[in-house]
Design a binder for this molecule. Structure first.
Ligand code: ZN
Length: 321
């Protein structure tokens, strides 16, 4: 079993008991977790890049907007956390989209991040499955299939790669994808805790990547630390912020905190963009839309609906001739 530990007066205390039995000892920390900001912290640790992230508020809000079930909230949160962590390794104005496409009841899970902004959706937001070993069965909800990753790069064509899902739990799928498809050995952890009422009470994750030439001993130490850690969602729940999580991952090593940045939900949709997309349809498709008095276009990412009049569609169709 994982060793459970918590902070008492800024000192790490190791406990043999299960974390759940002890966490309410530190009431201040438990309360603090509810006011924690959506934040991503970047650090380097002796040639290793470590990023950690808290998105509790953000995922709770977006899960509410999409009317997600417990299971859908957890899957959506994990995917969005993964997208944000990978986007943080990319340049300004570059974007990444993760798609988990399996044969399970949740359908497709999609997350898209650019810089510190993220959005996402799940195809079937009221998916329900019985708990598996006391946990939300995200792997069962996604099923067997592929993870597909597209990177929209600066001054280059978009790059899409994919690999078979490892177990549908998202973090392991992403780790496998990075290794097999992009030849990047990395360690990814993603966690979301949902309470009985369906509120997201902890969400976040971390990403660890060795840079070229990094010392094997450092990697061994990091691996040992990671194996000793509780789940990232448990740490967030008791009030650890991303910087503290990085310091636990890097216990015994020199940590260089680079920056902490706020992260946000932001959809890329707009009336203009959707009008552009409609304009790209062929004449037959536009002619069919023209039969309706009003054309409604729904954005899956933010659950917004845009309406267009018959005249607007006619104008688009005329533009084709
Ligand atoms: Zn949208």
């Amino acid at each position: 079993m994982l060793p459970a530990f918590y902070v008492a007066e800024d000192k790490l205390v190791f406990k043999d008991d299960n974390l759940y039995n002890e966490k309410y000892d530190c009431k201040v920390l438990t309360e603090r977790s509810f006011i924690m900001q959506n934040i991503l912290t970047k650090a380097t640790v002796e040639g290793v890049r470590i990023y950690a992230l808290c998105t509790t508020k953000l995922v709770n809000e977006l899960a509410g907007r999409h009317k997600c079930s417990h299971l859908a909230s957890a899957a959506l949160g994990r995917a969005m956390n993964g997208a944000l962590l990978l986007a943080a390794t990319m340049k300004d104005n570059e974007r990444i989209t993760l798609r988990l496409k399996g044969d399970g009841p949740i359908g497709e899970v999609v997350a898209d991040a650019e810089g510190n902004c993220v959005r996402g959706y799940v195809e079937n937001n009221d998916v329900f499955l019985p708990l598996k070993d006391g946990k939300l069965d995200i792997g069962g909800a996604i099923g067997n299939g592929n993870i597909i990753v597209t990177r929209y790069l600066q001054n280059a064509e978009p790059f899409t790669g994919y690999c078979e899902l490892q177990d549908g739990e998202i973090a392991s799928d992403l780790t496998k994808y990075l290794y097999e498809s992009e030849q990047t050995p990395a360690s990814v952890a993603l966690g979301v805790l949902v309470d009985k009422e369906g509120s997201v009470i902890a969400s976040g994750g971390y990403f660890v990547q060795a840079m070229p030439g990094c010392d094997d001993e450092i990697l061994a130490q990091l691996e040992e630390n990671i194996n000793m850690m509780p789940y990232v969602s448990q740490l967030l729940e008791i009030g650890y912020d991303p910087e503290k999580i990085i310091r636990i991952i890097a216990r015994g090593l020199e940590v260089d905190i680079k920056e902490s940045v706020p992260v946000h939900f932001k959809c890329r949709c707009s009336r203009e963009r959707i009008l552009d997309a409609l304009a790209s349809l062929n004449s037959d498709a536009l002619h069919e839309l023209e039969q309706d008095e009003v054309t409604e276009v729904h954005c899956q990412f933010c659950n917004s609906t845009y309406t267009f009049t018959q005249e607007e569609i006619t104008a688009l169709e005329k533009g084709k001739q």
